[in-house]
Each structure stands twice: as C-alpha cells, then as structure tokens.
Design a binder for this molecule. Structure first.
Ligand code: ZN
Ligand code: CA
Length: 305
C-alpha cells in the first residue's frame, strides 16, 4: 500500500523516509528505558472506536467486538495461551508489550458511547481506496484520530483481510485500520477468524513492516527489526518445525509464527522484543496524543431538575 501511495506523491516518500531515519535513532533511546518501565508495571492504554459499515451492520454483535478487543489485549500483553506453541529456539525473543486497548466510552462530542458505531452502507464491499472511512462514499467518518484508534469493519473485496495506515503516511482523518468482518473472532473466514488480522494491522499502525521486508524474495528488503530473521516472502498456511528459505538458509530458519507474517491465525503466536520496542516507540513518537485522550472515561450524566 505504501508503494502505491508514494508513486502518486514523491515528496511524501521523501518526508516519510526522513521521518523513518529520525524514528530509528529515537528507537535506540527507547530500548534503554523500556525495561525500566516494564519493571515499574507501566502500561499505555489506547481508546478504540469500532465502525461497523455493512449492508446489515447488526450481523457483527457487541459480543464479537468485545472478543476482538480482548484478543487484541491478550496478544499485545503477550499472555496468549497459544504462546506455549512458540518453539524453544524463538521463545527468548517472545515479548510482552505495554500497549493496551479500551473501548471508547464517549463520542468526540462528549456523549456516552459503547465505542461501537453501526452504519448501514449502500456499498457491498470496499477496498484499499479508503471509501469506508468517509460518509460521503458509503462509509463512516473517523472520530478524531488524535484521540481514538479508529477501526473500520466492513466487507473487503478480493480476499483482502485488512489494511492499515502507517504513522504520518498521509491524510490525518484516514488514520487507523480496516479489517474484513469475517476476520473477527467467530467470523466466516476459515483459518483467519480468531481476531489476529486486527493484531497484524495494529502492528502496521504502530510502524511495523511485514517480516519478509516486502521485497519479493530479494533478501535485500528489511522490516527494520534486527531480531527477526531475514525472510524471502510471506508464509501461508501453518508450518511446523524449522523452516528455512533462500534468505535464511540455516540456523533456526524463518519466523513464520510472527504476527507480521501471513500464516493462518492458529500459527501466529508472537511479536519479538525489538518489534515491541518499535511499536512502543512509534506510539510515543507519533501517536502520543492517544495517551492523553479522555475517550475511555465514562461521561458523568447530571439530572436537570
Ligand atoms: Zn500487512
Ligand atoms: Ca528482520
């Protein structure tokens, strides 16, 4: 997605790359304070609003949204039960982040909210073009993206599971992620219906790249993370044991268990230490306004009499 954006806008690419270099510098500082914070039990909680945009938005229940939020917290806390399946050789790299998510309790105007919006859409499906993010193109407008992590849930065409914005990659109002409603826990997408699509997209939202470096097998691409093995291409299905490829030809092989790969949900098990540091650094560098948001504080209602 970034590439198509940059083709249209070369000055955006330049700015993006400068930002990336600055960010990588800051990341080095981040690593030093991260452990101290973990010891102190510090967490960073982010308000989320889910926008359900479907011809019949009631097919996605509040319970499903809660299950999705729970999955997100479970994965980012690194307390996922299936982490027991991480092979011994990658276990030392398995990391718990300090990022947590809460359902918004108020609208941008200060009215009480469940953190879930439902929009009856005339569009049967959406794609990368962001139409789902705007009411005038069949979607629903974002809530102030400085105060809310916006997650749009819709039907996506062409087997697309979801897509995300990277920090500072364009339109402020479009910041957030889009996922197919069938990827939600209990949804209709076999092998991709335990809510891990949102975990992957949230990784992008916090500046993580695909683990294979998006270079079509060249081995020269990078995910800007040092503790993930170089990987040629995305994985599919579920692998087991050590799996090598043309970019990592020996040792422990590639990390097809990583959330930033494309394995089935059942086989996505971990973020690494440096991925977590990168995400936390992205949050503090680019998205820190989310941390001072009052969106998860319930509205106090007063009687008028
Ligand atoms: Zn992705
Ligand atoms: Ca890497």
């Amino acid at each position: 997605r970034l590439d198509s954006l940059f083709e249209k806008n070369s000055s955006l690419r330049e700015r993006f790359e400068q930002n990336r270099d600055r960010f990588n510098l800051r990341l080095q500082q981040r690593k030093r304070i991260s452990q101290r914070e973990e010891n102190a039990g510090i967490t960073y909680t982010i308000p989320v609003v889910f926008h359900i945009v479907l011809s019949d938005p009631s097919v996605v229940t509040d319970e499903q949204i809660q299950a999705q939020l729970d999955k997100l917290n479970n994965v980012f806390s690194g307390i996922n039960a299936d982490s027991s399946s991480i092979p011994s050789w990658f276990k030392p790299l398995f990391a718990k982040s300090k990022i947590r998510f809460c359902l918004a309790q108020r609208t941008p105007d200060g009215a009480p909210s469940t953190g879930i919006t439902r929009t009856v859409s005339s569009s049967n499906s959406f794609t990368y073009d962001d139409k789902v993010k705007y009411a005038n193109s069949g979607g629903n407008n974002s809530w102030n993206t400085n105060d809310y992590y916006n997650v749009w849930i819709c039907r996506l065409s062409n087997d697309l599971l979801g897509y995300a914005t990277f920090p500072e990659d364009g339109d402020v109002d479009a910041q957030g992620v889009v996922i197919d409603y069938r990827s939600l826990p209990g949804g209709g997408y076999a092998n991709y219906n335990t809510g891990k699509t949102l975990c992957h997209e949230t990784g992008h939202y916090f500046n993580l790249y695909h683990i294979w470096g998006d270079d079509n097998g060249a081995c020269t691409g990078t995910d800007y993370v040092d503790d993930t093995p170089n990987q040629a291409n995305s994985s599919t299905g579920c692998s087991s044991g050590i799996k090598t490829d043309r970019c990592t030809t020996g040792g422990n092989g590639i990390m097809y268990q990583n959330y930033m790969d494309y394995s089935y949900d059942a086989c996505l098990l971990m973020f690494t230490t440096e991925q977590v540091e990168r995400m936390e650094s992205a949050l503090l560098t680019y998205r820190s306004s989310l941390l001072s948001s009052q969106a998860c504080t319930p509205v106090t209602l007063y009687n008028n009499d």
